[in-house]
Design a protein around this ligand. Structure first.
Ligand code: BES
Ligand code: MN
Ligand code: ZN
Length: 494
């Protein structure tokens, strides 16, 4: 359960919770009214500790002081916000998340967040998002001793000014959006024996019901009947049969139509071209793209953009089996093009090819796909940055702005035409892989074959879908990246 978030203003010492976290703008430590009060109550230990740790409010710097019974809080945390001029939504979100995670780890039932002056409106939304994202833990499969003793239940957000009705609305929206990110995180963290393609469809149905969205699900026979031959081929080696999922949000008088497409490999063993054992378990996160589409669709009704928003997911499990697809096979596709299979571990682009062709047939203004597509993209950009591809400079700029606002790292990659030759097959219209060099680019070029003339962005999220360690808003494990960027983009477009 996400903590309950309340806005308040006034005397901080009267209302403090087990943990008090104060966001400190660089250089503003001594002048801080709330801190002066706390320091006095603590007999000067707060400023003394800050001085001895050289704390000046630099971004991400942190100081912790015990309450020692002098105040009702058990601990006071000072968290650096960095210089005032660069204090944006992303920084505030990260501050609230770091504070909420620290409070959760201390088994504190409550947290008071003290914000800088003049934090209101949209900035409060970011704070609420951060608090919910920082308190997130995936505990579903823990029992007994391993279960957390205390959930962070309440977060008071202390403002210098009295909160307005608009402020409260922003907080409620922030909670809803962050909960949608947590839906994506949960889906990535679920083990592959539990989150099968069929279960992903059930999850999509629950999201549709809760948010009054339309939904269509195709099972294995439905996928065959629809002509999604590539999607079918990838799923044919698994007893956990594939599903195709289409969610839609269709407000009246919408001016645009946007389709999000997600790769939903609930597990990717590599198929007959089986992956090496080390790290294979991480391939439960190979549905990170689909999870982010589910997250977007779980939030879209609350965000209520004046845009028709569709979420399309190709869900399958890639397994080696007597019935599995093989290198050398040739299949048709929903689009009509034929594809020669080279390596069964390049399954994601096959599932996406059919899902993109389906998306194109919806007649959209924009298609955006998200996929844990290539190890090559992680080699290029590291584990915390999405590589995105688009031919449209305006869309690229908007996506970059959205990512900045969301605090997520995106870097534009080139659709190098000369690599297109690698996809030429002797016996089919296309081969589905090129050589090792530029592997993320040739994957993007393969996808491009299926979107026709529709403006399109491909996001390779192989790195950031999963995090090695908790940092800022990110927990260890499933991150929910890039739900916030996609939501921010929708806001910009609508
Ligand atoms: N799901 C993987 C990509 C991946 C690797 C994501 C590591 C996250 C972490 C994808 O299906 C895959 O196996 N890609 C191959 C493509 C190759 C066979 C052309 C790869 O990147 O090695
Ligand atoms: Mn693979
Ligand atoms: Zn994969």
């Amino acid at each position: 359960m996400a903590p309950k978030i309340q806005l308040s203003s006034g005397e901080p010492l009267a209302a403090e919770r087990a943990v008090v976290a104060v966001g400190v703008v660089q250089g503003a430590l001594q002048k801080h009214k709330v801190l002066q009060g706390l320091d006095q109550a603590l007999g000067g230990s707060l400023f003394a500790e800050a001085a001895s740790s050289d704390f000046s409010g630099a971004a991400d710097a942190q100081v912790e002081v015990q309450g020692t019974g002098r105040i009702s809080a058990r601990r006071v945390l000072l968290i650096g916000l960095g210089p005032k001029r660069s204090l944006d939504a992303a920084r505030l979100r990260s501050f609230a998340a770091v504070a909420a995670r620290a409070a959760s780890q201390l088994s504190a039932p409550g947290l008071t967040l003290v914000l800088p002056e003049k934090t209101s409106g949209e900035a409060l939304r970011a704070v609420a998002e951060g608090a919910v994202l920082g308190a997130y833990r995936f505990t579903k499969y823990l029992t007994g001793e391993r279960l957390p003793k205390q959930e962070l239940a309440e977060v008071d957000v202390l403002l210098a000014e009295k909160p307005t009705a608009a402020d409260k609305k922003q907080v409620a929206l922030g909670v809803k959006l962050a909960e949608a990110v947590c839906i994506a995180r949960d889906a990535v963290n679920e083990p592959p024996n539990e989150l099968t393609p069929a279960r992903m469809a059930t999850l999509a149905e629950e999201i549709a019901k809760a948010n009054k969205l339309k939904i269509k699900v195709l099972d294995r026979a439905g996928i065959a009947e629809a002509g999604m031959k590539l999607h079918y081929a990838v799923g044919q080696g698994s007893v956990n049969e594939p599903r195709f999922i289409h969610l839609s949000y269709t407000p009246k008088r919408a001016k645009q139509r946007v389709v999000f497409v997600g790769k939903g490999l609930t597990f990717d063993s590599g198929g007959l071209c089986i992956k090496p054992a080390p790290g294979m378990g991480e391939m439960k996160s190979d549905m990170g793209g689909a999870a982010s589409v589910l997250g977007v669709m779980a939030a879209v009704a609350a965000l209520a953009p004046n845009i028709e928003v569709h979420g399309v997911i190709g869900a399958a499990e890639n397994m080696p089996d007597g019935e599995a697809y093989r290198p050398g096979d040739i299949f048709g596709s929903l689009d009509g093009k034929t594809v020669e299979i080279i390596n069964t571990d390049a399954e994601g682009r096959l599932v996406l090819a059919d899902a993109l062709a389906y998306a194109k047939n919806l007649g959209p203004d924009l298609i955006i796909d998200a996929a844990t597509l290539t190890g090559a993209c992680m080699v290029a950009l590291g584990k915390n940055c999405t590589g995105f591809y688009t031919a449209d400079d305006r869309v690229a700029k908007r996506l970059e702005a959205a990512a900045k606002h969301a605090g997520e790292q995106f870097w534009r990659m080139p659709l190098l035409e000369e690599l297109r030759e690698q996809l030429r097959s002797d016996c089919a219209d296309l081969k589905h892989t090129g050589d090792r060099w530029g592997g993320s680019i040739s994957a993007a070029l393969f996808l491009r074959e299926f979107v026709g003339e529709v403006p399109w962005v491909h996001c390779d999220i192989a790195g950031p879908a999963l995090s090695d360690a908790a940092r800022g808003v990110l927990p260890k494990g499933g991150t929910g990246h890039p739900v916030l960027t996609f939501l921010s983009l929708l806001e910009q477009l609508g």
